[in-house]
Design a protein around this ligand. Structure first.
Ligand code: 13P
Length: 247
């Protein structure tokens, strides 16, 4: 296991042509001394080029999704082994945009997390409630159930993160209050400890959803918050660095 240091991961989603690599280089150049691990998850087309450009530096490269299988007739998909081969060391699985847009169930997400481990990648397993679920008073139950269903037993003793991303906070500029974040992260921690014992105590729980330089420090210092998964604000080096400085 690595030390439980905070992880700040940028999820570029479906953004980034070759020119965007300059932003990643600027992140690497501007990082300075930080207690955090820092990762950028570009679109699959840029994983190899970015990994080469950032090789030897402190910024890690990750994928945004992977197929459960190592190879086969799955047109358009990318295997975890391919991401590792391209130089990635992490992979996001179960992002709400995959769950909602591609019907990914907890069982599929767990399969993808297993694939990540098989390929030697550290999975970042995402969970998060919709606005209707929160307003219905079901946020804790939904997130706990997603965590139980999406985290395979094989994670015991391995490096992994969970990312709590409330669906209603993604790309909206809305964020939960700090007590709301702490309440959910504490519930996720309880599930992790119940499932994985010591490993579950150490796995970072990232917060994601409208993290910006202006709110990063407060969120990152909240109880049980072990980092951030950043969408829009990770596309500009200056903003991403501002968030990293909040650790
Ligand atoms: P935003 O930071 O753009 O809200 O996106 C969060 C996210 O979905 C990261 O995976």
């Amino acid at each position: 296991m690595t030390q439980p240091v905070p992880l700040i991961a940028g999820n570029w989603k479906m953004n980034g042509l070759a020119a965007a690599m300059d932003e990643a280089r600027a992140v690497a150049a501007g990082l300075g001394a930080t207690p955090a691990r820092v990762a950028i998850c570009p679109p699959a087309t840029l994983v190899e080029r970015l990994a080469r450009a950032l090789a030897g530096g402190a910024v890690l490269v990750g994928g945004q999704d992977c197929h459960p299988k190592a190879s086969g007739a799955f047109t358009g998909d990318v295997a975890a082994e391919m991401l590792a081969d391209a130089g990635a060391s992490l992979v996001i699985v179960g992002h709400s945009e995959r769950r909602a847009g591609y019907g990914e169930t907890d069982a599929v997400v767990a399969d993808k997390a297993r694939a990540a481990l098989r390929a030697g990648l550290e999975p970042i397993v995402c969970v998060g409630e919709t606005l209707a679920e929160r307003e219905g008073g079901r946020a804790l139950a939904v997130v706990s159930e997603q965590a139980r269903g999406s985290l395979p037993a094989k994670l015991a003793g391995r490096d992994f993160c969970v990312a709590y991303e409330p669906v209603w906070a993604i790309g909206t500029g809305l964020t939960p209050t700090t007590p709301q974040i702490e309440e959910v992260h504490t519930a996720i921690r309880a599930v992790l400890v119940e499932m994985f014992g010591e490993t579950g105590r150490r796995a970072p729980i990232l917060y994601g959803g409208s993290v910006k330089p202006a709110n990063a420090a407060e969120i990152l210092h909240a109880a049980e918050v072990g980092g951030a998964l950043v969408g829009g604000a990770s596309l500009k080096a200056e903003d991403f660095l501002g968030i990293i400085r909040g650790v």
